[in-house]
Ligand binder design. Structure first.
Ligand code: NAI
Ligand code: AKG
Length: 487
């Protein structure tokens, strides 16, 4: 156990750490060992959120009037604090969410880099000069912040996702009310401590933990929250969008994926196997960009399958804190049950289980939410495991004859977040880039893995058709103002 175990984590409102007026806390538990508490977190109520929204509203004007460079200075300081506390934050993340410590460290380092990227963004251009038809006038665009932004985040990237939403919100002059997933509220509190260490003015960043149906819903409904940025499930995302639309607030949604990898007959099969495993099974498959459908040309199907099974068989499952462990547990009991439910459905609908499919044995794993890395063969397009997001370490192999069929199969999904192809042929690469309906298309690289300086988001049901990260973030977190000045 580390030092967080006995700690009670509070809400952060108006620059103060405060207990919820409910007086209630809930334990955040370790999915690798359900008997271990990582910390106690606030089970907040609507009044706590109201107080946070009022604090954010009160701080908004002064914050928006600072120069971008001055706001950037705060983000650089937050980045330095997070970097200094990288090991502590990453350890809390592994203990609270289950991903392995090297992955958690990588994600925390990414949080540092995101903060620095957006700190620099405070010095970059925000508008264009557009020639007016009146030769005595100057016309240009500038950007105005939305005001208060509500940030609702999931548990699968407890540092990177909150940071890639809060950092651009702040640099473009908004104040923030943040509701992290309750499953990873301890990690979230440590991130907020880094903002506190940076000396942000009171009320600029606020955090309230609690149930999605209570605190998330209160953000959706709050009249003083002008924008909501959300990552999570398809179902909740749509509720957020509809609620925001009803009261005229701006919203941005990042939701599910059912990401395919195409393995063409001319692929480097070893590379394709490595990338399929890394993209599909790292973080126990709990990424919206995770590889889920593996579409393989028949000419190399058997060889690819053999190589894949050999490597999957070598995966070591266990506590993410232990050296040599490659795959940790599912993040929660509910997530484990969901994954096992999909595996059952796959078997019932006639897919052939090639490996995994159950809970691993062994006394030391008994108290964790573990599932075996799982591969299904003979998966057809209409099966549930080929259609719905599983969010677990489950790969569905699908055999096709031609590249056209592969592309058609890959596009036969409601989601369109990320997709990969493995091929050496430039024509196949170009066809994939052109035809694949996904916001992120990757050639000879795994489907997961997002670069913070590039736009990120999906087509079809995967997002609200907006993009996050990189300079694309300015589109959500600001409104364009067109200025006409007549001398
Ligand atoms: N696209 C992605 O990155 C993610 C997708 N998921 C998908 O969602 C499934 C369920 O995971 P959950 O954690 O339950 O996701 P979720 O969508 O319920 O939770 C995401 C966030 O929304 C909040 N929330 C929940 N209900 C809400 C409501 N009624 N109003 C406002 N906010 C609400 C949660 O507290 C959390 O902060 C997973 O199995 C996976 O398929 C989950 C996490 C991330
Ligand atoms: O693949 C990544 O690095 C990011 C994935 C992601 O955004 C998510 O799972 O929510």
């Amino acid at each position: 156990m580390t030092e967080t175990a006995d700690r009670t984590f509070l809400n952060y409102i108006g620059g103060q750490w405060k207990a919820s007026i409910s007086g209630e806390t809930v334990p955040s538990i370790n999915p690798a060992n359900r008997l271990e508490t990582v910390g106690l977190v606030q089970q907040s109520v609507r009044e706590d959120l109201d107080e946070a929204a009022a604090a954010a509203r009160g701080a908004a004007k002064a914050w928006s009037r600072l120069s971008g460079a001055a706001r950037g200075e705060f983000l650089y300081k937050a980045a330095n604090a997070l970097e200094r506390r990288l090991d502590e934050v990453a350890t809390a993340m592994t203990r609270e969410m289950g991903k392995t410590l090297p992955e958690a460290k990588g994600e925390t380092a990414r949080g540092v880099a995101i903060l620095r990227y957006y700190a620099g963004e405070g010095m970059r251009k925000v508008g264009d000069v557009i020639p007016s038809s009146d030769s005595d006038a100057l016309m240009f665009t500038t950007r105005a912040p939305l005001g208060v932004v509500g940030v609702i985040t999931p548990w699968n990237f407890p540092v990177a996702i909150p940071v890639w939403k809060m950092a651009p919100a702040l640099i473009y002059g908004n104040t923030v009310v943040f509701k992290p997933a309750q499953e990873t509220a301890v990690t979230a509190a440590l991130v907020i401590e880094c903002f506190e260490e940076a000396g942000l003015p009171a009320g600029v960043v606020n955090m309230v933990t609690g149930r999605g149906t209570v605190i998330g819903q209160a953000i959706i409904d709050h009249p003083h929250i002008q924008g909501i940025t959300f990552t999570g499930s398809d179902q909740v995302g749509k509720q957020v969008g509809m609620g925001a639309l009803k009261r005229g607030a701006k919203y941005q949604l990042e939701m599910g994926g059912k990401n395919p990898v195409i393995v063409a007959a001319d692929a480097d099969l070893d590379l394709a196997v490595e990338a399929t495993i890394s993209g599909g099974l790292r973080s126990t498959g709990q990424k919206c960009t995770a590889t889920s459908r593996v579409i393989v040309q028949s000419a190399v199907y058997e060889e690819f399958k053999r190589k894949l099974l050999e490597k999957v068989g070598q995966i070591r499952v266990g506590s993410g804190l232990e050296e040599g462990i490659w795959m940790g547990p599912c993040a929660s009991r509910a997530q484990l049950d969901t994954v096992l439910g999909y595996i059952e459905k796959g078997k019932q609908e006639g897919a052939k289980l090639l490996c995994g499919g159950g809970v691993p044995g062994g006394e030391e794993l008994r108290q964790g939410f573990y599932v075996e890395p799982t591969v299904f063969d003979g998966v057809s397009r209409e099966m549930t495991i080929a259609r719905e997001e599983i969010f677990g370490p489950v790969l569905a192999l699908m055999k096709v004859d031609t590249l056209e069929e592969a592309l058609e199969t890959a596009n036969d999904a409601e989601f369109g977040l990320s997709a990969s192809i493995f091929t050496r042929d430039i024509g196949s690469m170009l066809a994939f880039i052109r035809e694949m309906d996904a916001g992120l298309v990757r050639i000879n690289a795994e489907s997961a893995g997002v670069e913070l300086q590039a736009p990120f988001g999906g087509m079809k049901q995967s997002s609200s058709h907006s993009r996050e990260q990189g300079q694309a973030a300015i589109e959500f977190f600001t409104a364009i103002k067109t200025v006409f000045v007549k001398g």
